[in-house]
Write a protein that binds this ligand. Structure first.
Ligand SMILES: [Zn+2]
Length: 91
C-alpha cells in the first residue's frame, strides 16, 4: 500500500503503460503518473523499465507489448502480492 503518491489517499493498484516523457508506472485508480522510485524495485528492473519507456513508438508495437508484458511479470515478482499490477498494451 502506498500513501500520498497520487490523488488517492492510499493505492495498491497500478498499471504499467509507456508514454512519452513519463515513468511507465501509473495509479490504476486516479491515473496519476508515479515516480518509479516510490516502488521497492531493484535498480536493474527500474533501468529496464526506463529503457523500455524510452523506446516507446521507436520499436514495433508487437515488440513493445511483448517486452512490456515481460517487465510487468518481473514487477509483480519483485513487489510480491502487496500490489495489484496490470499491463496496458499499446495499440
Ligand atoms: Zn491514485
Amino acid at each position: 500500500m502506498l500513501k500520498d503518491v497520487c490523488n488517492c489517499e492510499f493505492t495498491n493498484s497500478f498499471k504499467i503503460e509507456a508514454d512519452f516523457a513519463a515513468d511507465p508506472i501509473w495509479c490504476n485508480i486516479c491515473g496519476w503518473n508515479l515516480d518509479i522510485d516510490e516502488f521497492p524495485l531493484t535498480d536493474n528492473l527500474k533501468d529496464e523499465l526506463y529503457q523500455w519507456a524510452k523506446q516507446y513508438k521507436k520499436i514495433p508495437i508487437n515488440e513493445h507489448n511483448v517486452i512490456g508484458k515481460n517487465l510487468t511479470e518481473k514487477v509483480k515478482e519483485e513487489l510480491k502480492s502487496d500490489y495489484r499490477i496490470v499491463f496496458i498494451p499499446d495499440k
